[in-house]
Design a protein around this ligand. Structure first.
Ligand code: SF4
Length: 161
């Protein structure tokens, strides 16, 4: 079968809400409506690692960006980001269509719009050093899979077109 050669990068918890801080899960597992939209368009979903999970595991408390702002967490994010940049470069140099990155709005780590999270700061900085510009979108903070998400799904549809 021919592959679509279309790839989108997503924050880890879009495919796995089990990694989010209690009690913030907004789906039982993956965000079904988002994944369905991507699958219906034949798009490959490249899952970024969850930096907070790697740093503090599953029993972590909700924390602000200021609380996460430590040398260790920055270093961890720089490492994950530089690995992601290498992967993105490989897709691009192999002729794949990189559709963009989906982050999580208002996350201290993965937010793209508004105040950026620590991981997205590192990732966008790494991409700009390589002169790579990707389209960016966040899952809004009021998105709730299957319940309150229609406007985001519409926005996503435009985004991937
Ligand atoms: S750190 Fe990022 S991937 Fe992990 S739960 Fe938070 S928003 Fe999702």
């Amino acid at each position: 079968m021919d592959r679509s050669k279309k790839v989108i990068f997503v924050s880890h918890c879009i495919l796995n809400q089990n990694t989010v801080v209690y009690p913030l899960a907004r789906a039982k597992g993956a965000y079904r409506d988002i994944v369905t939209e991507l699958m219906n368009n034949g798009i490959g979903i490249h899952q970024l690692p969850c930096p907070e999970y790697r740093y503090l595991g599953l029993k972590r408390e909700p924390m602000t960006k200021e609380q996460y702002e430590t040398e260790d967490f920055r270093r961890l994010n720089k490492g994950i980001a530089s690995d992601a940049v290498r992967i993105i470069k490989e897709y691009i140099s192999s002729g794949y269509n990189m559709l963009g990155i989906i982050g999580i709005n208002e996350s201290p780590t993965c937010s793209i719009n508004g105040e950026k999270g620590i991981f997205m700061e590192e990732l966008l900085c790494g991409l700009s050093e390589e002169d790579i510009k990707l389209r960016l979108i966040d899952v809004p903070s009021d998105y709730y899979d299957g319940v309150r998400g229609e406007s985001f799904i519409k926005a996503l549809r435009d985004f991937i077109e």
